[in-house]
Write a protein that binds this ligand. Structure first.
Ligand code: ADP
Length: 216
């Protein structure tokens, strides 16, 4: 479901139901001087979008939800799993130099660092690498795990979580991305990286929401 822009007639229907509900389809049609059949598609849209509810033998009544509330509900139904991008990972043994090359090649701003057995151990961002590059060391010699943010200080999300919650964490912790993780085995800190949610992912979802104007 997405937000819909109501037509004049749909708005009139909502007003009638607000004032007179519960009210049957026939009675709404009467008030508008139209036939029940003409109204059917509008009533279907209004019911599906959540403005009205229909009870058999009782009629339509107004749910009291504004389009803003319905939109918020829609946003909270979007799941991380549906929107996540492919994670870009490197193993712990890599050097800062290799991490910089990888970041350019993959065109990402954050790399996730994993152990030999594929578990998340760190996150490296652009600024972490810039900081390392300001020193005098040979970047081919500096291991990436010296500059990364480590477990357990990594903010993560999981596939079943809402995109809204992930976006809120990005804001709260002031980071550019969250690894999407799945617990491996018993230990809560043994996490496999299965995706990433970034500011770009959120922006993409936002643009997509703006494109969908009507749901039938
Ligand atoms: P940038 O370096 O471009 O500002 P971020 O804002 O994402 O990118 O990173 C800021 C700092 O936060 C870096 O030190 C980085 O290692 C760390 N960081 C990035 N993502 C996370 C995360 N999901 N959890 C914890 N720390 C993170």
């Amino acid at each position: 479901m997405a937000t819909i822009e109501l037509s004049n007639r749909q708005r009139q229907i909502v007003d009638i139901v607000k004032e007179n509900g519960p009210i049957t389809g026939e009675h709404i049609a009467e008030q508008l001087g139209l036939t029940r059949a003409t109204l059917r598609p509008d009533l279907a849209i209004l019911t599906m979008a959540g403005f009205l509810e229909a009870r058999p033998r009782v009629g339509y009544y107004y749910t009291g939800k504004s389009s803003k509330q319905l939109f918020a509900k829609h946003i909270r139904q979007m799941k991380v799993g549906e929107y996540k991008a492919v994670p870009i990972v490197m193993t712990e043994g890599a050097s800062v130099y290799e991490a910089i090359c990888h970041m350019f090649l993959e065109d990402v701003g954050t790399l996730y660092i994993v152990s030999k057995d594929g578990l998340l151990t760190g996150v490296v961002s652009r600024k972490d690498l810039l900081k390392a590059a300001m020193g005098r060391q040979d970047l081919q010699e500096v291991p990436v795990n010296v500059v990364m943010t480590r477990m357990p200080n990594i903010v993560t999300c999981h596939a079943e979580e809402t995109l809204y919650d992930a976006a809120a964490k990005i804001m709260q912790y002031q980071v550019d991305s969250l690894p999407v993780v799945r617990q491996k085995g018993e230990s809560q800190s043994a996490l496999e990286v299965i995706g990433r949610i970034t500011k770009t992912t959120i922006t993409k979802a936002f643009v997509e929401m703006g494109e969908v104007r009507e749901t039938v």
